[in-house]
Design a protein around this ligand. Structure first.
Ligand code: RIB
Ligand code: CA
Length: 318
């Protein structure tokens, strides 16, 4: 992986998506940001991406994508992120408009014009799946896909993580494309097994706040809201802060030494009416006849090291 991987960040800001934007802008060559309905409706996730663009002071295009999943109905996550998708801070209204309403076109064009783009997806995989279907050459052209999603347990259901659960058909397209050996590079999966080990504890939030300035104070306020929502929805003492899911999909590319990775075969359950719809089925068996791995599953992280990198990224824009 080059020092500054060339990345398109597809996201649904979302508190942790906002921090993923910060680390992507700091450590990647950020070719663009595309938005998808997920944590909040598309209008909100796109607005929030524009807010973050201006808080960071970066000149990066923002393109709006799918307003709903391929097949399922759209379901937001207001209980965690608030109605706006980014509740918890006074956010400056963005002045720069969205650059287009066609994220899929932007993804395809960008990956065709540039060698070695990695798509980082931190929301439902609707845009990524649509791009793979719109441009059959895309999968082989890109340097890989790094997602936040899935896991050996769920959060939206006992077995389904929100990004996969929100659009299982899209996720199945992505994992099947990798299983068919069609991707030009690895599919990396930051699932709940690793992201729940990376929590925004009070001390870590204080370290962000201590940077000072509008960006750091705003992000600290957002993280306090996010952590309060997380802790309030879990048994007391089981979560010391919000799981900081999305930045790990970026750091897996830029700081691979922070992670323990397992090569696994992963499929996505798309059956309707089953209690397992949206589950990522991770083959942990040692049977020699198991299917070949199609994903690099992150299984552990140096959480202190990763949060130090996140603080560095915030400080670099402050
Ligand atoms: O399940 C966690 C994922 O769902 C994160 O990407 C969060 O932002 C939400 O999109
Ligand atoms: Ca997200």
């Amino acid at each position: 992986m080059p020092d500054r991987p060339l990345v398109v960040l597809d996201c649904d800001p979302g508190h942790d998506d906002a921090l993923a934007m910060v680390v992507a802008a700091r450590f990647c060559d950020l070719a663009g940001v595309t938005t998808v309905a997920g944590n909040a409706p598309l209008s909100r996730t796109t607005y929030n991406a524009r807010v973050m663009r201006e808080l960071l002071g970066v000149d990066v295009e923002v393109h709006a994508g799918a307003a709903r999943p391929l097949v399922a109905e759209a379901h937001a996550a207001a209980s965690i992120h608030g109605a706006s998708g980014l509740d918890g801070a006074d956010l400056p209204a963005p002045s720069r408009p969205v650059d287009s309403e066609d994220a899929v076109r932007f993804i395809v064009d960008t990956c065709r014009r540039n060698e070695g783009v990695t798509i980082v997806a931190t929301g439902p995989l609707t845009n990524v799946a649509l791009a793979l279907r719109a441009a059959p050459d895309l999968a082989g052209r890109i340097a890989g896909i790094s997602i936040m999603g899935g896991g050996s347990f769920g959060n939206r259901t006992p077995v389904a993580e929100f990004n996969i659960w929100a659009d299982p058909e899209a996720a199945a397209i992505v994992f099947h494309t990798a299983a068919a050996g069609e991707l030009g590079g690895p599919l990396t999966m930051a699932g709940l097994d690793v992201t729940h080990r990376f929590q925004a504890t009070p001390d870590r939030i204080a370290a962000v706040d201590a940077i000072g300035g509008l960006l750091a104070r705003t992000l600290a306020d957002l993280l306090r809201f996010f952590s309060s929502a997380y802790e309030g929805r879990h048994d007391p003492g089981t979560m010391a802060g919000a799981a900081m899911h999305d930045p790990l999909a970026v750091l897996a590319l830029t700081h691979p030494h922070l992670f323990t990775v397992a090569e696994r075969h992963v499929t996505v359950e798309t059956a309707w009416g089953a209690s397992t719809r949206g589950m990522t089925v991770i083959d942990e068996r040692t049977l020699v006849e198991r299917a070949a791995p199609n994903a690099r599953v992150l299984v552990d992280v140096d959480a202190d090291g990763a949060f130090a990198v996140l603080v560095d990224a915030v400080a670099s824009f402050s």
